[in-house]
Design a protein around this ligand. Structure first.
Ligand code: PEP
Ligand code: MG
Length: 574
């Protein structure tokens, strides 16, 4: 019988592989290491810095070539840590104290990490993880520890997964990811999502039950993990995997078909992306008809400085052009202005210590205060609009004035572009995310001003229910079918439609086929999700009529409990 562990499934799919533990302990190796003379150790350490930085450079080039921007950005940040004289200086000092190159590297990295950890600014505190990660990588090289040879597919597991571990493994080698922490916004999870790797988070100490090389099975839908499964248990999953393959083949046949109900009501199914490359895969592999959320903060992440208008323009243009290639549907590319702060800090934007970062200086609040960041971004989007259909979307709006101020900046961006003689589109829609209860309550008024709404349920659920979206302990309360949430969503969609505007959704709820039925009946026009979910949602929409969807919605709106609503929808056969 296998050891069974349960976590929260965040990326669906069944994974079979052997466990590869991230976050290896090096103590045993250090004890057995025999240092040479001090000068020789110093040279060894200096050479190791160069060799490891060089090997990272190769991986970075490789990732960039393949369009894997997020992975490249993470490794680039690590390479800069290695090349920072602060690290080599600290290693020299530690070598004078202990005489062992690998120990000095680890001690120096730890000392530097602690300096960052003691800083007030949360962003800098976050860098400590990266510094320790880099120190470990160099020490492993010095200790001659080879990364375990990967035979077949691995399931990467760790309480915290160091960013370089997952970024450094080729996609075809990773079957799954298991994270001890509950975060769905950890770097590891972000990368797994764009690569559609089945992932379970929040298993806590369950990680201690796994050893390197253990065979394992993971279900990213249910959150179930089996360590060392018996042949019989494995055979049970073989059947599921076969079904998964058959389903994949069936989904492929849906790719070019519209998301239309049996009586002809159509919804746009589009993709959430972090880079133009994601748009390519979403359209080609999953039949997305555009992009409903380009999380532009990915263009800003992993850099040491603010990306200039020109760099941003290239990224947005590539995504807009890609969307313009769709053969059916709108081909719209909705670019969200940077949603920095909260769970997405940046090293070059000082947010300062905050007790509640999710309720703090973030998103549109930063943009409106930082014209030097906002204006170049708006100009880059307006210019990209010339190459297809682009839309600008502001995150975290809570009132009309914020939208008006942001819209005024769009007009200013246009004036500047005109005076600089740069080509731009005057036909770029401007809308907002409805992800705060304030925006949802004010939707009837906001709808008069905006071109569109896109409902961000990831935040709307957490703010409405006062339930942290990343906290595994209270995740049982985090339910997008909670009647309070459903009422805000319905109000938002109806308010848009009343003013002749369109409403879409780009939070995770959009990828839930059962939610799609309700949203359809509420009058939603677009659902945006991580691309691998598109076929499931499309299948559901193509099987139902508008009147049946309405009947189900009417029943659901009479129900008083979110869990009961979820169960009711799950049990429906439509
Ligand atoms: C949301 O809040 O629903 C959303 C899509 O934005 P993010 O997940 O990037 O906060
Ligand atoms: Mg959000």
């Amino acid at each position: 019988m296998a050891d069974k562990i349960k976590g929260k499934g965040v990326i669906s799919g069944i994974a079979v592989g052997t466990i590869l533990l991230a976050g290896q302990n090096l103590d045993g190796y250090l004890v057995n290491y025999k240092p040479g003379k001090l000068d020789a150790e110093k040279k060894k350490a200096a050479d190791a810095l160069v060799t490891v930085a060089d090997s990272m450079k190769k991986s970075i080039d490789d990732f960039n070539e393949k369009g894997l921007k997020e992975q490249a950005a993470i490794l680039e940040a690590h390479r800069m840590i290695i090349e920072d004289p602060a690290l080599s200086g600290a290693i020299d000092e530690k070598l004078d104290e202990c005489g062992s190159a690998p120990k000095a590297v680890l001690d120096a990295a730890e000392a530097n990490a602690q300096i960052f950890e003691a800083m007030e600014d949360e962003v800098f505190r976050g860098r400590a993880v990266d510094i320790r990660d880099v120190g470990k990588r160099i020490a492993k090289y010095l200790l001659g520890i080879k990364e375990p040879e990967i035979v077949g597919k691995v399931i990467v597991a760790g309480k915290e997964i160091e960013p370089s571990v997952i970024a450094g493994l080729p996609t075809d080698k990773i079957a799954g990811v298991i994270l001890g922490a509950g975060s769905t916004t950890a770097h590891a999870v972000i990368i797994a999502k764009t690569r559609a790797i089945p992932t379970v988070v929040g298993v806590g100490d369950g990680i201690d039950q796994m050893a390197n090389g253990d065979p394992a099975i993971l279900d990213g839908g249910t959150g179930e993990i089996l360590i060392r499964p018996s042949d019989k248990e494995r055979a049970g999953y073989d059947e599921k995997i076969k079904k998964q393959e058959e389903l994949k083949a069936f989904y492929a046949t849906l790719k070019t078909l519209p998301a239309k109900t049996l009586d002809g009501a159509e919804v746009e199914l589009v993709a959430n992306i972090g880079s133009p490359k994601d748009a390519d895969a979403a359209i080609k592999d999953f039949g997305a008809t555009g992009v409903g959320l380009f999380r532009s903060e990915f263009v800003f992440m992993g850099k040491t400085d603010i990306p200039q208008e020109e760099d941003q323009f290239k990224e947005y243009k590539a995504a807009v052009e890609k969307c313009a290639t769709v053969t059916h549907g709108e081909g719209l590319c909705v670019i969200r202005t940077m949603d920095i702060g909260g769970d997405k800090p940046l090293p070059y934007i000082q947010v300062g210590e905050e007790e509640n970062p999710f309720l703090g200086y973030r998103a549109i609040r930063i943009s409106l205060k930082r014209e030097d960041l906002f204006l170049p971004q708006l100009k880059a989007i307006l210019r990209a609009g010339k190459f297809g259909k682009a839309a600008i979307m502001f995150p975290m709006v809570i009132n009309v004035q914020e939208f008006l101020d942001a819209k005024a900046m769009v007009e200013k961006a246009k004036r500047e572009l005109a005076s600089e003689g740069k080509d731009y589109s005057d036909d770029v829609q401007v809308g907002i995310m409805v992800e705060t209860p304030a925006a949802a309550v004010m939707a009837p008024i906001l709808a008069k001003y905006v071109d569109f709404f896109s409902i961000g349920t990831n935040d709307l659920v957490q703010y409405t229910l006062a339930v942290d979206r990343g906290n595994a302990q209270i995740s049982y309360l985090y339910n997008h079918f909670n009647p309070a949430v459903l009422r805000l969503i319905k109000r938002t969609i109806e308010s848009a439609n009343k003013e002749g505007k369109w409403a879409g959704m780009c939070g995770e709820m959009a990828s839930d086929p059962n939610a799609a039925i309700l949203l359809l009946a509420m009058g939603i026009k677009e659902l945006s999700m991580s691309a691998p979910s598109i076929p499931r949602v499309k299948e559901k929409i193509r099987k139902i009529t508008s009147s049946k969807a309405q009947e189900i919605l009417d029943k659901v709106m009479e129900m008083e409990d979110g869990d009961k609503i979820r169960d009711y929808l799950a049990a429906l056969v439509v």
